[in-house]
Structures are given as C-alpha cells and as structure tokens.
Design a protein. Structure first.
Length: 440
C-alpha cells in the first residue's frame, strides 16, 4: 500500500484540489481509497493573475517566474495541509495550473481554432507552411569547400559546423504550459514529486489531453456495461469505456467535449459585476428559459465538429467567446437568467452532440464528476437530452466526483514510479504509450 497526494487546479481556477489516497496493485488492476480530500482556494491576487494570463493579457518573463513560484508554494501548502492528522505520503502527483494549451489539431485547414485566416497552414495539416514552401525550391549547387588556413585559427564566434545528415523539418507539435514547478514542491514538502505530465504525450504527437482516460478505465470500467465518464470542470471531457473484455482498452475513446463551467462562471461574474463567481446548483439558470435558436447557432462552431482526438481550453472558450455569445444574445432580448439557461444548454447540448456524433454507440450509463456535476440544472438538462440513459455521478459507484481529477494524478504519479505508461494513444492521438511526468 502506497500513500500518495494528487494535486490539480483546473480551468475554472477555483482553487487547488488535493486528494490523499492509499493505492495498491499494478497497472490497471489497482485499488484506491480516498483518505482525505479538500479544495484550497487561491489567494485572490494569485487567482486574478492566473485568469489574466489565461485571457492572453501580456506578462513579462519576470512576472511569469514570480507567478510560477507563487503557484508552486500554494500547491506545496495544499500538500502539507491535506496530510494534517494523517500518516504522511511518500509521493505527490501534481498537475499544476494550466495557463496555456495549444493542441496540434488534425484535419482543420486553419490550424488553431479561432486563429486569423492568414495563419492557415501554420499549425494545421491542411496547408503548406512557410518551411515546406522553402523546401520545395530547387537546391543551389554546392560551392567547393575552401581549404582551411593553417595560420588563422577559427574564431570563437564562427558558426557551428552543420551536421552531416540534416534533421527533417520538425512537425508542428502541440504545446501546453502548467505552472507550479514540481522541483519546488518536492523541496518544500520533502516528498518526491511527479509533475509536468502533458509534455511527453505532446512530444509523441499527442494532444497532451485528456490524460485521465487510463485512470478512468482502471477505476470505473464495468464487465458488461459501456460507460461515459463525463468530467465537467471549466472544460468538459469524456472517456467512453466499452465493457471490459478482450481488446477493450484499444476501444476506449476520449476527448474534450467543449465548455463545461467556463462560460457559465464568466457570465455570472459579468452579470453580477464580480459579486458572484458561479451559479450555485444552477438555480439562477433554472429560473430562465434557454433560447434554442442560439444554442443551434453556437453548436455550428468549428470545434464541435472536429473529430477526436481533440482538446481545448480557455484559449477558445474564454472571455472573448463569452462576449461574442452575449453579443449574439442581444438580438433575442434575453434576461440574465435566460442567458445563463442558454449557456447551460450549450454545455449540455455540446456534450450530447459529441456522443451522438463520435461514439460507436450511446453509453448505457453516464457518470458525472467535477464541479459541474453539482449543477442540478445542468444535470437535469443532460438527462433530458439522453432520454433513458441514466445520468449519475461517480459518487454513486464509489469514486469521489469532487476529487476524481486529483485522484487521477495521484494514480499517474504511482504509475510513473513503477515505469508504467499513463497515456492512451486512442485518446490523445500520440503515436505510442509513454511514461508521463518528470520526477523530482
């Protein structure tokens, strides 16, 4: 039995979720017990700085380094606090705080969704980037080499010799940045820390997200039942798990479904001038009426129709996107409650649209987790859209809905320590399974 701490702050930036777990077993045959779970809010100034960076507000390298340190200190403090009155952990798995995520999107000519049209081909696969255009030019005939001058030693500023076999033009990989350095957390806590989980999958050509599907498979699969594990944080992501039988692991599918709570929370802050940060239980939205025409209009957005593997974040479904939604809503003269109801309906509709579009079949059960699983109105709207398919929470099958993501990164750290790959190429698009995380 190994005691591990899992730490994560998601795209909602509500605070740091910490899970203290006991884990035993190996690979997919593991058992976990949640010893303690808690959410530690960020200090107000740190949260505001994180949200500003996520919104694309420029920041100097000095300010970025300061924020990186502040987040690492906050994560280390959370790790210390979750252990109070409990036996100490021997390992930490820290996801950190995502401040930028740019996946390599496949099958979209414009590359990054929302990028200016002049950027076509820069990151996508449908165009030819500048580097490829250059490579199509006929090569110049080689110049005869000049004999070295014995009387003139090479200058220390001379260019380095070129390699005999030039490397091919590098592929346009994705990029993801999580702040909160694992080395600092390890130093402050005195506990071995695994962090920076996404980069290995990205280097293997993957999206770097979602990374929890293998953990979902280990903890939430069923021998006869196909399930969708739907996390609703700031961004929604799904893991489709077929019945656990021969070759079932290769049939798992996962992707980011689109907005979860991100647009809802931003809208509440906008509509209350910052007095509130979220719609508790979805009560405000439940008092309004969703505008179906707007939902259909918003569902035409390119991301929803892009086939998996795919991932997204606040870079797309953030402040700019909300402002466009509010502008669209003006034509319908919606009340604040109607706006929230319509944005909630977008989250529900985008989830179900992705199931019906990209799954081999609808699941027999949907299990919700994350903060959005507590939004009763959102849960009701999901249930209305999937009909007879039961919509429950992971609590109801024995795994904490509030701390499942933190638990997942504790498990990923455990697998990293045992040299067991943590990604699923069918979920992220990576060319192979890889070890996830850097050990400090």
């Amino acid at each position: 039995m190994t005691r591990i701490i899992g730490l994560i702050s998601g795209t909602s930036v509500d605070g740091i979720d910490a899970a203290l777990i006991d884990i035993s077993g190996k690979d997919l045959d593991i058992k976990i017990e949640l010893v303690a779970g808690a959410t530690y809010p960020y200090p107000h100034d740190i949260r505001e700085r994180i949200l500003a960076v996520c919104a694309g507000i420029p920041i100097s390298m000095a300010e970025l380094a300061e924020l990186d340190d502040a987040i690492a200190f906050a994560f280390a403090q959370a790790a210390q606090n979750i252990q109070i009155a409990h036996q100490k952990a021997t390992l930490i798995g820290s996801h950190g705080q995502t401040v930028y995520h740019r996946p390599m999107l496949r099958g979209v000519g414009s590359g990054e969704l929302g990028a200016p049209s002049g950027d076509k081909g820069q990151w996508g696969v449908g165009g030819i980037g500048k580097e490829k255009l250059i490579s199509l030019s006929p090569p110049s005939p080689p110049s005869p080499p000049s004999p070295p001058s014995p009387s003139s030693p090479p200058s220390p500023h001379s260019p380095l010799p070129t390699p005999h076999s030039p490397l091919p033009i590098p592929p346009k990989l994705g990029y993801s940045l999580q702040l909160g350095r694992g080395a600092v957390i390890a130093h402050l806590t005195g506990i071995t820390t695994v962090s920076n989980f996404r980069v290995a999958d990205i280097a293997a050509g993957g999206q770097g997200a979602p990374l929890v599907p293998r953990v979902d498979a280990a903890l939430l699969s069923h021998p006869q039942e196909a399930r969708c594990i739907q996390n609703i944080g700031g961004i929604g992501n799904v893991t489709y798990i077929p019945p656990r039988c021969e070759n079932w692991l290769t049939e798992i599918r996962a992707w980011d479904t689109g907005p979860g709570n991100s647009l809802l929370d931003l809208a509440v802050q906008h509509l209350t001038a910052g007095a509130k940060t979220y719609d508790e239980d979805g009560c405000w939205a439940a008092s309004g009426t969703p505008c179906d025409a707007l939902v259909e209009q918003w569902l035409s957005q390119e991301y929803f129709h892009l086939p998996p593997p795919k991932s997204t974040g606040r870079e797309l479904f953030g402040v700019t996107y909300l402002h466009q939604c509010l502008k669209d809503a003006q034509a319908y003269q919606l009340s604040p409650a109607d706006v929230l109801a319509t944005l909630t309906e977008l989250t529900a509709a985008s989830i179900v649209h992705s199931y019906r579009t990209f799954l081999p079949q609808m699941p027999q059960r949907i299990l919700l987790c994350g903060g959005g699983s507590r939004n009763l109105y959102l849960k009701h709207q999901l249930q209305m859209r999937v009909g007879s398919v039961p919509v429950l929470t992971t609590d109801e099958v024995g795994l904490s809905a509030d701390f499942k993501e933190a638990i997942a990164f504790a498990v990923l750290a455990y697998w990293r320590q045992l040299d067991i790959p943590g990604n699923l190429p069918t979920a992220t698009g990576a060319c192979q399974e890889v070890l996830l995380g850097e050990v400090h």
